[in-house]
Design a protein around this ligand. Structure first.
Ligand SMILES: [Zn+2]
Length: 274
């Protein structure tokens, strides 16, 4: 049922790399597929035939795994959306209090993950260097399935990545996280004349963000205006994901929980909302 649209054929392409994903090559294959110009005619022509992975096979897991693995390093099974949200909130609380544990960063953890992954949450965040989800939520290797771009925009490639995580990695929580003072959102609020000086691709992205802000109120105060737009952009993304889940009538995708969030860079805290 998934190969009838551009977006769906992308998911089908992803499925071809599923078998290799968990042993490392999937990362390269996934990158090769997603970095393709998703909106271009080239993508239309080659959507069902992903580029071949070029990465070399990693060493077998048994060669890297230690003789004895620490219990905490084992790969956990699927985590419920409620528990996942609690885990994120607790991790952010540690981070904001400068009490991060930096767990799941050991060699034994990395070795355990050679066998597979079950990230407990998908985070769609901004590419801004000041908002790294793993640090903000005090998580380590294998914990989060992170997708980032300017303005945490949920376009086709992002949707496909989310579908992959929910369907194939048993991830049940999807968080779209904006952040205060987002440059992409600020730029999207500029006039079309101002944006016209940017490269065409960037203009296209800013236009897509602008569309998500069409219904929101525009406070007169510039700072409040950006804050309102950051939140509105997240709300629009969550709505879009819920709509797509319902449109596909996919039981697995529909059971995922979609949550919005905004990160405050000054306090280090994340405000979740549904
Ligand atoms: Zn940003």
């Amino acid at each position: 049922m998934y190969c009838t649209t551009i977006e769906d054929s992308h998911v089908c392409s992803l499925r071809r790399v599923v078998g290799r994903w968990n042993v490392g090559v999937g990362v390269a294959a996934f990158t090769a597929v997603l970095v393709a110009p998703l909106m271009s005619t080239e993508f239309h022509a080659h959507a069902t035939e992903p580029p071949a992975a070029t990465a070399t096979e990693p060493a077998a897991a048994t060669e890297l795994a230690p003789e004895t693995e620490k219990p905490h390093a084992m790969v956990s099974a699927a985590v419920s959306a409620t528990d996942a949200l609690d885990r994120l909130a607790e991790g952010n609380k540690r981070f904001a209090a400068e009490a991060s544990m930096h767990d799941h960063e050991s060699m034994s953890r990395r070795s355990a993950l050679m066998k597979g992954q079950h990230p407990f949450a998908v985070i769609v965040g901004c590419a801004d260097s000041r908002v790294p989800p793993e640090l903000i939520f005090d998580q380590g290797f294998g914990d989060l399935f992170v997708i980032r771009n300017a303005g945490n925009l949920v376009a086709t490639d992002v949707t496909a990545s989310i579908e992959y995580a929910v369907r194939h990695l048993d991830t049940q929580l999807v968080v779209v996280m904006g952040h205060e003072g987002c440059g992409a959102i600020t730029a999207a609020l500029e006039s079309a004349e101002t944006r016209s000086h940017e490269p065409m691709e960037l203009q296209a992205v800013l236009k897509m963000i602008e569309v998500t802000l069409s219904d929101h109120k525009h406070p007169a105060d510039p700072k409040e205006r950006v804050s309102a737009a950051v939140r509105a952009n997240v709300v629009a993304a969550v709505k879009r994901l819920r709509y797509l889940a319902a449109e596909h009538a996919d039981p697995e995708l529909m059971k995922a929980k979609f949550v919005g969030a905004v990160y405050n860079m000054k306090s280090g805290t994340v405000d979740f909302f549904e």
